[in-house]
Structures are given as C-alpha cells and as structure tokens.
Design a protein around this ligand. Structure first.
Ligand code: ZN
Length: 431
C-alpha cells in the first residue's frame, strides 16, 4: 500500500476533555453491514488521550482522568477543552478527482439549460474539457490545485483522501498528475491514497480505437506507475461512452499483475453486470445507482465496499439517488464519498454528503457517519489504522461545534467542523 503524507514531527501528548458526544466507531474488524452500520460507539461525556501520533485511550472522562498512563505523564500532556462538542474519527473521503485546473462553467450552464451528462460529453464538454488544462499545466501548478482541495477537505473534517488521476490521459500526463498528488501530500498533514484512473475516458487521440488505448494503459502506463510507486489502486470508468466491461476487466487484470489494488466506477448511468469485475476483488465499486438484484446479493457476500456518491446526483440535478436502503438492508457494506471533481461534484464537504445521504437516500445520521469513517477506511484498505477511535489507531480526530452527532447531518451546507487533530498533531482550527 502506497500512502502519501507529510513526514511528521514528534507528536505531542494531547488530552481531549469535555467531549459531549464521542463517536468511537469501535467494534467489528469487518466492514459494517445491515443493522451494524448504525453502531457508532457513542460515549457521552468522554475524553481521548493521544500520544506518538496514536490513540492511547478513549472512554468516559472519569475513566480517562484516572488512567495510569496519564497519572504517570501528567506534565507532558497538553489538555484541549472540546467545550461539549462532538468528536469523531477524521472523515475519510474514499473517492475524489482533485487533479484538474478549471471549473466547468459552460457545462454547468448547459446542464441548467437542460443538457444531459451524455449530451455534454458528446459535444466535447465533460471530462474532455478538463484535458487541455491538465496537459498544459506544470506539475507544480497541478500540485498547488490539489493541495488547495486537500486543505478545503481538511477544513470540513476530512483527514484521509483517496485521490485519482484521470484528466491527463497520456502516459506523461497521468504520471504528472500522480506526481502532483504526491507533491501535494507532502505538504498536507493528512493521509493520501493515490489511484491511477487513466481509464476515465478514451482520449481524442484514440477516437475509434479504444482497444489501442486500453493496451497503452495496460502495457505501458500501469507498469510504469507501479514501478515508480505512484499509486496504490487502479480505477476504471465502466460506463456507456467510456469503457466496456471486457475493457474494464482487462485493465483491472493488468493492475493485479502489477501488484496494484483495483476499484471501479460502475452502474452510474447504465447498468452493468458486476460478476466479471468482482472476480478482480475490487476494494470498492463506486456510484452503484442502477445495480441489479443478483449483483446486490453477490456484493453482500464480498468484502468489496459499495461507495455511494450522492453529491454527483445532487449537482447533476437528478431526481434519483443510489438506493442505499436496498443495499444496506441486503447486507452490502456501504461507504460515502464526495466524488470531488469539476464536472459532477465540485464540493470538498463530506458533511454535506452525509446530510444528502440522510435526506435523499434515507440513511440515518449514524449510518451515514459510519459510511464516511470506518466503512470508507475499509474501502481503502486502511481499517487497521483509521476510521475509528480505538487504542493503537492513528490519532485522526475531527471536532464539531455541535452538541449532538445528528446535527452533523442536520445543518446542511453549514460547516460545523472547528478543529482537526491529524496523526496526533493540531492540524486545523487552533490559534
Ligand atoms: Zn468518480
């Protein structure tokens, strides 16, 4: 697993006290399914002790204050008063596309005028309109854009981000994009999981010969990216107008041959059978707006996480959203992410996505929070380090200025995240 992050200084010892609701998300080591998704490990009146970048203990405040470690080391510890707020694991955005240069304002207005995603793509807009900007930009320019996005995500409570390439679509420009992600990660306190999404769209140079582009991705790009250790995962956009199921499977097979993990965008606009993709053991299948009953049952038996992206449905102005209730009730492990990208989801805010999941997908606030923390950690293979507040895990903590955790979903488009601790360091919101 390639994880990118800033090399950290020696972490201080922090004692967070006066926590109104502490959401530990502790429990099963497996992805949360069915009724278990609602179990957020709530402790009222809690405290958390961190040191060396890790959680030392998290429990009711009296228990923490009498912790033997704390009694021995009291003078080393800095106390932080959370003023009755909510503390939860740093949010995990397990699906983002941050490597682009410009907002797509022409597409935005066309869509307001009634054009569909596919019509905009066919007219040369959509993903294609981001290609020119990324190809012309220097690595440093791209890296500055990516870092801006990561900082905005941090300000909304996110401390771990999966970041895809996918707007270069040449060997050089995809590698430049992943290097820009790595450069940005070196200046950001959180953790970054890089993903190669060269199979986002067939680039114009390969119009009419998509298989030649698939060969380029499989035979040249994936081996180079693996050799340079620039990505943990390979992703593919399996969709009408992008890549077919056989092409997608070929790309995921090449990823595995080169020692990389797999994930896929699938069933966003048109249904696909998942069996062939599931054979490549993807960490996640993402979007899942129109997935068939048999595939839902198959997913429920797999470790693969279904990542739902309601921000895209919201921004596209769709009436329909992914059917989260059907997936959760069937036992599929569900996560939530922003899908941060210039075409369909220009938001860095996971709290907004959590809110939309509640209002438009009928997830409960507890389910949505678990989907954006522990299950998102599973979607990235980081469940041993992140996604819950338990002794030994990374001290990634988000402090929200609300008295009840349900308010995180309730106050929509209102950022209530006030402080972040990332790998045991004060990372955002401190004087
Ligand atoms: Zn996406």
């Amino acid at each position: 697993m390639i994880l990118m992050s800033r090399s950290s200084k020696l972490s201080p010892y922090l004692l967070l006290t006066n926590i109104g609701h502490l959401l530990t998300l502790r429990g099963s080591a497996r992805p949360r399914r069915g009724p278990v998704l609602r179990e957020i490990g709530l402790i009222e009146g809690a405290a958390v002790l961190c040191g060396g970048g890790k959680i030392i203990a998290a429990a009711a405040e009296p228990e923490i204050l009498s912790h033997p470690w704390l009694r021995r080391n009291k003078r080393k510890v800095e106390e932080v008063d959370c003023r009755g707020g909510v503390v939860l694991p740093g949010l995990i955005d397990c699906h983002t596309h941050p490597v682009f240069t410009n907002p797509r304002l022409v597409d935005f207005e066309k869509r307001i005028g009634g054009a569909t995603y596919e019509e905009i793509l066919a007219a040369g807009g959509g993903i294609r309109s981001s290609l020119v900007g990324v190809r012309q930009a220097s690595r440093a320019e791209l890296s500055a854009r990516v870092l801006d996005a990561f900082q905005a995500m941090l300000a909304h409570g996110t401390s771990t981000v999966e970041a895809k390439s996918g707007y270069g679509l040449t060997v050089e420009d995809e590698i430049k994009s992943l290097e820009a992600v790595r450069d940005a990660a070196r200046h950001w306190p959180g953790t970054v999981v890089p993903t190669l999404l060269a199979a986002h769209l067939v680039p114009p140079e390969y119009a009419g010969k998509p298989d030649a582009y698939v060969d380029l991705v499989c035979d040249r790009l994936i081996p180079q990216v693996a050799r340079k250790k620039l990505a943990s995962y390979v992703d593919v956009f399996c969709e009408r107008g992008a890549f077919t199921l056989p092409q997608s499977e070929k790309i995921l097979a090449a990823a595995r041959r080169n020692g990389l993990g797999t994930r896929a965008h699938v069933c966003q606009f048109t249904p696909s059978e998942l069996e062939g993709l599931l054979a490549h053991k993807p960490a996640s299948l993402d979007h899942m707006d129109c997935v068939g009953d048999e595939d839902v049952a198959a997913l429920a038996r797999q470790e693969t996480v279904a990542v739902l992206l309601p921000g895209a449905n919201y921004f596209l102005g769709n009436k329909e959203y992914p059917n989260a209730r059907r997936l959760i009730d069937a036992g599929v492990a569900v996560a939530l992410a922003t899908d941060y990208n210039p075409g369909t989801a220009p938001t860095p805010s996971l709290p907004f996505v959590i809110s939309a999941a509640c209002t438009h997908m009928k997830m409960t606030p507890a389910e949505a929070i678990a989907a954006a923390t522990i299950n998102a950690a599973h979607a990235l293979g980081l469940q041993d380090r992140k996604g819950s507040i338990e002794a030994g895990k990374d001290a990634d903590l988000a402090v929200f200025d609300v008295a009840d955790h349900r308010e995180i979903a309730y106050w929509f488009a209102w950022n209530r995240c006030v402080q972040m601790i990332v790998c045991g360091q004060k990372a955002m919101g401190w004087e």
